[in-house]
Design a protein around this ligand. Structure first.
Ligand code: LLP
Length: 426
């Protein structure tokens, strides 16, 4: 459930008329709901009840400082994949001791910074990375807490670009090799085995693949235990899906209950802290992107609604053929309904926000693209030299600008023209 709903025919975010947000900050514009983010985060903590756990929000989904600040205040940990994300956590006042570091290509400087601030765990994705981490930690006189990210080879049944737990994917250590890599880790002086980790993909709409992955992880833990290697935590990654178009993914409660039930058969599981790395299920439906209709362009085969937002602002429809609901913000005026492709100003045929949408709209109308709180602004670019849109957080009756619109001169800040010619152009 989220806090975007129609009141007297006008779409609101909490108690704020979204038309007022557009008036104040222009379009395109991202709008997030504090109450929705809070609700989605708490759904996880409440689902896990008394079992030791840490919810490490996957920052990549939405890394705005206000979002991180809010989640940190709620007690969240964070899943990062770069030193940039680490610095964001610190800037937002998050606790580094609650940070896990994922990603297949951690640089030495990134490892060093994470060691210096004392993160909770490195989710190591290869033997080579383990050796690099050991060397960096040795150089700093530290011991790095590690968890190996295993690739359990389960089919998450999701879009191929966001499936990560199959043999064919670049992620993690094959589950059959992980045993030996753990033994290697146990011999290294500057790493300390702390956990076991997997992440099998994103936008999963069934519990079964998560349970299959858990079974494979438990089998591995069994073998490790036999050789005296114990872990303190099990990190099951993120991946729980959200309803974009009528999907009915499990709620965090159903998901956690199924996992806890499976885990309870395992001796000693009550001492095993469970970590999760949810991104989308916390942020996606806590955000919308507002855009205004510039022109309606009727055609022989298709009608186009040309809006002021484009693929550079929200790339999911173009990149994954993702479907996100597009709704008029103000439905109080009578308009003819037609079928439109909703397209942006960027010079590419692939620049669309939605296709074949039944909409009753006129030029100048405001539209809201729903489910835009995750993998929205963070994937925005400056393609076509378009400044990135502002981000606003609504909170009850209030709205807070949490990132202003990028300015034109920021587009080329950091660039340079060539030095003047040397006068020898004879
Ligand atoms: N942990 C790791 C190691 C991940 O790679 C990811 C997402 C997550 C956690 C969070 O997964 P979530 O709970 O959000 O499903 N840009 C794509 C999604 C890419 C997901 C990449 N990894 C999209 O817009 O659909």
């Amino acid at each position: 459930m989220d806090h975007f709903e129609y009141r007297n025919g006008v779409l609101h975010g909490e108690d704020v008329d979204l038309g007022q947000v557009a008036e104040a900050y222009g379009t395109p514009c991202y709008v997030y709901s504090r109450a929705t983010l809070t609700r989605h985060f708490r759904a996880y903590t409440e689902a896990l009840g008394g079992h030791p756990h840490l919810i490490c929000y996957a920052i990549k989904a939405n890394s705005n400082l206000a979002v991180l600040d809010l989640l940190a205040r709620l007690g969240a940990g964070f899943d990062i994949v770069s030193v940039g994300e680490l610095e964001r956590v610190l800037a937002a006042g998050g606790d580094p001791a609650r940070v896990v570091f994922s990603g297949v290509a951690k640089q030495e400087n990134e490892m060093a910074r994470a060691l210096e601030v004392g993160i909770k765990c490195f989710n190591v994705e290869s033997r080579a990375e383990l050796d690099r981490l050991n060397a960096v930690a040795r150089g700093l006189g530290r011991v790095a807490p590690v968890s190996l990210r295993v690739n359990p080879d389960v089919d998450a049944g999701t879009h191929p670009y966001i499936s990560t737990g199959l043999k064919d994917n670049k992620f993690g250590i094959p589950v059959d090799e992980a045993f030996e890599v753990y033994q290697h880790a146990a011999c290294l002086e500057h790493v300390q085995v702390a956990g076991l980790d997997c992440h099998i993909g994103s936008q999963l709409t069934e519990v079964a693949p998560f349970l299959d992955a858990l079974d494979r992880l438990l089998t591995l833990l069994e073998r490790l235990r036999e050789v005296g290697i114990e872990v303190d935590h099990l990190d099951l990654g993120g991946g729980l899906g959200v309803p974009y178009q009528g999907e009915n993914p499990p709620q965090p409660f159903d998901y956690a209950s199924a996992l806890l039930e499976r885990l309870s058969r395992w001796p000693g599981s009550e001492r095993l802290t469970l970590l999760f790395e949810p991104g989308r299920s916390i942020a996606a439906n806590a955000g919308v992107m507002l855009t205004r209709v510039e022109f309606l362009k009727p055609g022989e085969t298709r009608n186009f609604a040309i809006v002021d937002a484009a693929m550079n602002d929200l790339i999911r429809p173009s990149l994954y053929q993702a479907w996100q609901a597009i709704l008029p913000v103000d439905t109080r005026q009578a308009r003819d309904t037609r079928t439109y492709d909703v397209v942006g100003p960027v010079c590419e045929t692939g620049d669309f926000l939605g296709k074949d949408r039944q909409l009753a709209i006129a030029p100048g109308d405001l539209l809201a693209v729903r489910s835009a709180g995750a993998y929205g602004f963070v994937m925005a670019s400056n393609y076509n030299s378009r400044p990135r849109p502002p981000e606003v957080m609504v909170d009850g009756e209030q709205m807070h600008l949490v990132r202003r619109r990028e300015r034109l001169e920021e587009l080329w800040a950091g660039e340079a023209t060539l030095p003047a010619e040397g006068g020898d152009a004879s």
